[in-house]
Design a binder for this molecule. Structure first.
Ligand SMILES: Cc1ncc(COP(=O)(O)O)c(C=O)c1O
Length: 383
């Protein structure tokens, strides 16, 4: 796999793509929803082709070998010893967030999350009759951090669950072990279950950053943690709907499975096939992807510097840039950039008004074109 393979444009119009259909028949480059415009690794495509060639698409069952591959991957990457029975297969992480809310506590209990945040974190508590409590992340020395004091203040006897995202979408932080330990200590103190969404853990862009799964901090933290993971962001297979939870605490796992019963379908055969190939055969592709995304991020950062009223804090993971537009004087930045031919995602959806999220998971040429459009529009706006 060469880094330059990611330069090859793939036509996604008319392929039922959520990202591209949004601006059907419009000259707007879609840099919003979090999927990438790259083909999946060749091994994933090959595994899917073989499975399709078989031609029988009955009900799927999680292959034991796949659960073994997941356990082996977690041990290798994170030194995390996971027993096969801890794994609960899911058709997606949004589903997992909602099941977590339903499985912990009772109606009217409180669920805390740190904002800005991926929008389903804001809706999942309400979907299950829980009360959403938000605590803003803050910036310190141009880095997004958790305001532990504010977090602790917002905890009440009704707080049962924390929905946490690491690496963080949209701010791109890889939280350090010390930060995670402080967060976990608070959850321990107030007996709060942690649902840790780690879907972006394969997208750590710099070698000096490491992903620490929350559940690996200490046995008592593992005991109160529901971890959600998937190959879908890293290997660009979100449309195949295959994810999993890791829940070592038997009681929590039972509650989670009870909340799923009769509602949540198992992943399908194609999702399993893609996941197996992604986790076992795609290390080189993964490495090349990270190189490419890092260079794309540098392209984004360089371009944003040329637009003085916009800024971004350093992005450590994900292919998402969280752009601060509060000093731009733009009343509706997303509409403004759409009119300039670039489709961003509005910070309001993340409880982050004044910001917009830009997805840089696309061929660099397209990214440059979008950034040039943004720069021209800003120059025009400022004259
Ligand atoms: C933090 C986070 N969780 C979950 C999802 C979506 O997960 P799924 O497609 O598996 O429901 C996303 C997609 O962008 C995400 O960023």
């Amino acid at each position: 796999m060469k880094d330059s393979d990611f330069d090859i444009p793939v036509e996604r119009r008319h392929t039922e793509s959520l990202k591209w259909e949004q601006y059907r028949n419009k000259d707007i480059i879609p840099l919003w929803v979090a999927d990438m415009d790259f083909r999946s690794p060749p091994a994933v495509i090959q595994a899917l082709s073989s499975r399709i060639e078989h031609g029988v698409f009955g009900y799927g069952a999680a292959p034991q070998a796949l659960t073994g591959v997941v356990c082996e991957m977690l041990a290798r990457r994170y030194n995390w010893q996971v027993e096969p029975e801890y794994i609960v297969w899911l058709p997606g992480l949004v589903c997992g967030l909602n099941v977590a809310c339903r499985s912990i506590g009772a109606e009217h209990d409180e669920v805390i999350t740190l904002v800005p945040i991926y929008p389903p974190f804001l809706t999942a508590p309400k979907n299950s009759g829980r009360k959403l409590v938000t605590v803003p992340l803050v910036t310190a020395e141009n880095r997004w951090v958790i305001d532990f004091e504010e977090l602790e203040k917002s905890i009440t006897p009704q707080t049962g669950l924390l929905l946490f995202c690491n690496p963080h979408n949209p701010v791109g932080r890889v939280f350090k072990r010390s930060e995670l330990a402080e967060l976990a200590a608070i959850c321990n103190k107030y007996d709060i279950v942690i649902c840790s969404d780690e879907i972006h853990c394969g997208l750590i862009l710099y070698r000096d950053k490491v992903h620490v799964p929350t559940a690996t901090l200490a046995p008592e933290i593992a005991d109160r943690t529901i971890t959600l993971m998937a190959p879908s962001k890293t290997f660009n297979t979100p449309g195949l709907g295959c994810a999993f939870a890791v829940i070592s605490n038997r009681k929590l796992r039972k509650q989670f499975k009870n909340a799923m019963a009769g509602i949540v379908p198992m992943p399908n055969a194609l999702g399993y096939a893609a996941t197996m190939a992604a986790f076992s055969e795609c290390a080189d592709w993964h490495e090349a992807l990270l190189n490419y995304l890092r260079a794309n991020l540098e392209t984004v950062s360089g371009a944003i510097q040329q637009m003085p009223s916009l800024s971004i804090a350093p992005v450590e993971a994900t292919y998402l840039a969280w752009i601060d537009m509060r000093n731009s004087g733009l009343k509706n930045p997303v509409k403004f950039f759409e009119e300039a031919g670039v489709g961003l995602q509005d910070g309001i959806e993340f409880d982050g008004p004044g910001f917009a999220r830009l997805n840089f998971g696309c061929p660099r040429k397209l990214l440059r074109k979008a950034l040039d459009r943004m720069k021209a529009a800003m120059d025009n706006h400022n004259t």
